[in-house]
Design a protein around this ligand. Structure first.
Ligand code: KIV
Ligand code: ZN
Length: 387
């Protein structure tokens, strides 16, 4: 691999698990964490230990179960949260405390009834306190997406001074446009004193469907870590989707960015998370949706049968999907029907294909999808048997 390595910080078990109805128990979380380790993520955010005894226990068990990735626990900028995160992480080989505070004017006014100066003081105190427990402290500036850049730079500078090793710049409400988010990261890279001692991290939400685009804009402008979840699950419209950002960097090598992710595990882990969280993956979801490698219109099917590259930019095997699908519908042409019939043993002459195709269209107009069993029935009607 050449270029700049982008750290993948997976927050499926923390921000992802905040989705209503997706609650997991400790063994399920440990199972997912072990799979994330095999996937090759750099950081696993295992939970928010102060939030419940169950979450505390899960963070502790994950910290014992994985050895390669950094295990991270979330805390607010509150001493009790930080102490509890440190306690939950005490068995971690590579522990990280992720602490922070809201920095936008609306958070400062409505959540904290405080002043900007007070927020900087609280941020510094939290980082210093976390640093008394672990070496690796990540600071988040909640709602950084709507925080004025000059003030954000001051907060980041203070966090670095207090010992933060990673600065998380969340677009908490998913409001930023890609060029704005990219400029924010660039501004911080250029204006925060001591920034070369820390890694800037993206953490984007998907309220306007821009989480992936914003995260990529972030790394193109100097961020070194992306926070994301499997299947893009998370609060409201979700978080940045891990499989999307990883595959964007992989499929565009000229960007000179790479990750340590073992991409053939993307589909299996997507299925695992979907099943354990009982959260189904939308069929047209990029990379891991059931239609991501399915071709149903005649023109596309014809191209695919001639050469896969005509309509696919990713080899399905590279993300753990066995093969592309040629789905037979009323929009399919003769080439697709002949191809599918051949796959199940029927070798059709041109004349036979014309006859079968006329019958096929009648069935296809009645049904949404024509399956192999329907093709066998069709062949019986026209008296053709397996060659
Ligand atoms: O979206 C957000 O701001 C967060 C922080 C708590 C990191 O999830
Ligand atoms: Zn978040």
């Amino acid at each position: 691999m050449t270029g700049r390595k982008i750290q993948i910080f997976d927050t499926t078990l923390r921000d992802g698990e905040q989705v209503p109805g997706c609650k997991l128990n400790t063994p399920e979380k440990v199972e997912i964490a072990k799979n994330l380790e095999r996937l090759g993520v750099d950081v696993i955010e295992a939970g928010f230990p102060i939030s419940s005894p169950g979450d505390f226990n899960s963070v502790m068990e994950i910290a014992k179960a994985v050895t390669e990735p950094i295990v991270c626990g979330l805390s607010r900028a509150v001493p009790k949260d930080i102490e509890t995160a440190a306690e939950a992480l005490k068995f971690a080989k590579r522990p990280r405390i992720h602490t922070g505070i809201g920095t936008s004017d609306s958070h400062i006014k409505y959540k904290f009834n405080a002043t900007r100066e007070e927020i900087i003081e609280r941020a510094m105190a939290a980082v210093k306190y976390a640093k008394s427990f672990v070496e690796d402290v990540e600071f988040y500036a909640e709602d950084a997406g709507r925080t004025d850049n000059e003030f954000l730079a001051r907060v980041c500078e203070a966090a670095i001074k207090a010992g933060a090793t990673v600065l998380n710049i969340p677009d908490t409400t998913g409001y930023c446009l890609p060029h704005e988010y990219g400029e924010k990261i660039k501004f911080l890279k250029e204006n925060v004193k001591g920034i070369d001692k820390a890694i800037l991290s993206t953490h984007c939400h998907n309220d306007l469907g821009l989480a992936t685009a914003n995260s990529i804009a972030g790394v193109l402008n100097g961020a070194g870590q992306i926070e994301c979840t499997i299947n893009g699950i998370g609060e409201r419209a979700g978080n940045t989707s891990l499989e999307e950002v990883v595959m964007i960097m992989r499929q565009h090598p000229y960007l000179n960015l790479y990750t340590g992710v073992n991409t053939p595990m993307l589909y299996p882990i997507s299925q695992l998370v979907s099943e354990r969280m009982q959260m189904f993956v939308q069929p047209n979801k990029a990379i891991v949706g059931s239609n991501a490698f399915a071709h149903s219109s005649g023109i596309h099917q014809d191209g695919m049968i001639k050469n896969r590259e005509t309509y696919e930019i990713i080899d399905p095997k590279d993300v753990g999907v066995d093969e592309s699908l040629i789905v037979l519908t009323a929009r399919s042409g003769r080439a697709a029907l002949a191809y599918r019939a051949q796959n199940i043993g029927y070798s059709l002459s041109k004349e036979e294909l014309d006859i079968v195709y006329a019958h096929f269209l009648k069935i296809a107009d009645r049904k949404k999808e024509v399956h192999d069993i329907d093709i066998h029935e069709l062949m019986k009607i026209v008296n053709i048997s397996i060659a």
